[in-house]
Write a protein that binds this ligand. Structure first.
Ligand SMILES: [Zn+2]
Length: 316
């Protein structure tokens, strides 16, 4: 029995039974009472951008936490019981969503399931020769990291707006904020395309996990990664390290990437052997507590990724 099932089995006998009123029947106005909950950082950032100050937007995972280790608390369930719009990815690592909504008596809440909005890819695994073993963390059948493509991010923002409109007709979106944000994203998107166009290289080497399938597909890049999308097994084997070293030498890459919250073990082993630089590519799954408090955005993260992409692809 997984962690969520355990907590939910204990809860369902005592909480929120039979008290739910369907969201669409709630008389919501724009008096600031609308609550939007998003599971991960990227979705949270999109929701707060379209809402501006007109609703209460919350992120379900805690800043700084490993997003795949999320465990629902009683507080989370109480929050979901009061939620008007629930935004989630809907991938394999969020299979707990129906259970937690049921426990909160919120099964009929307006849901924005982002994975339904875009073309999806099957998780390709690694290209480094790393073999999966039984129980080495969840293996995604459908790669769920859809938000790492900027056009997908904009599609998700539009769907969040539609979700809000369903519960609050005439909701006053922060159009200026939303439009400025989207043009910021489109600038970064164009910058990435220029970089890819200008480079003679097209392969990104990740000495780490690889939650960027949608990014590389979007911009026509190849990749080589030490570990699968969100594998929790990131203890580097000699053969994994050697394969990455061979790819760095073979492509003449001047950099390898790590992702956020990485232990950097594989990257450091590769760097010490090849002299290549280690750069971060941030998936915006979650951010550190300090970054969260400083108000970092998905656009800030993608802009930094775009800068590091230039370095890795030797584009000035
Ligand atoms: Zn993931």
């Amino acid at each position: 029995m997984n962690k969520f099932k355990r907590i939910l089995t204990g809860l369902c006998a005592i909480v929120f039974c039979g008290t739910f009123t369907a969201c669409s029947e709630k008389p919501h106005t724009t008096d600031g009472n609308l609550t939007v909950v998003a599971t991960n950082f990227a979705l949270y950032d999109f929701a707060r951008t379209v809402c501006g100050d007109s609703c209460d937007v919350r992120m379900l995972i805690s800043p700084g936490s490993e997003s795949h280790d999320f465990e629902a608390t009683l507080k989370d369930i109480a929050l979901l019981a009061e939620t008007d719009v629930f935004v989630y990815v809907g991938g394999e690592s969020e299979e707990w969503v129906p259970d937690i909504l049921e426990a909160a008596g919120a099964s009929d809440v307006v849901q924005v399931r982002a994975i339904d909005l875009v073309e999806t890819y099957v998780s390709a695994g690694t290209e480094s020769g790393h073999e999966h073993s039984e129980g080495d963390g969840h293996h995604h059948e459908t790669d769920e990291h859809i938000w790492t493509s900027i056009p997908n991010a904009i599609t998700i923002m539009d769907a969040i707006q539609q979700g809000i409109q369903r519960v609050s007709e005439g909701f006053e979106f922060d159009w200026d904020g939303r439009n400025a944000y989207i043009s910021e994203l489109l600038d970064i998107d164009a910058d990435i395309r220029r970089t890819v166009e200008a480079s003679t290289q097209d392969t990104l080497i990740f000495a780490d996990r690889f939650p960027f399938r949608y990014f590389t597909e979007e911009y026509g890049l190849n990749y080589c990664a030490a570990f699968d999308g969100c594998s929790s097994a990131v203890e580097p084997s000699l053969s994994t390290i050697n394969t990455i070293i061979e790819r760095v030498n073979g492509t003449g890459s001047s950099a390898v990437f790590t992702i956020e919250f990485s232990d950097r073990k594989t990257a450091e082993a590769v760097a010490s052997e090849t002299g290549c630089e280690i750069l971060e590519f941030h998936s915006a799954h979650n951010v550190s507590k300090a970054d969260f408090e400083s108000g970092i955005t998905y656009a800030d993260i993608m802009r930094k990724n775009a800068e590091n992409l230039k370095i890795a692809l030797n584009v000035n």
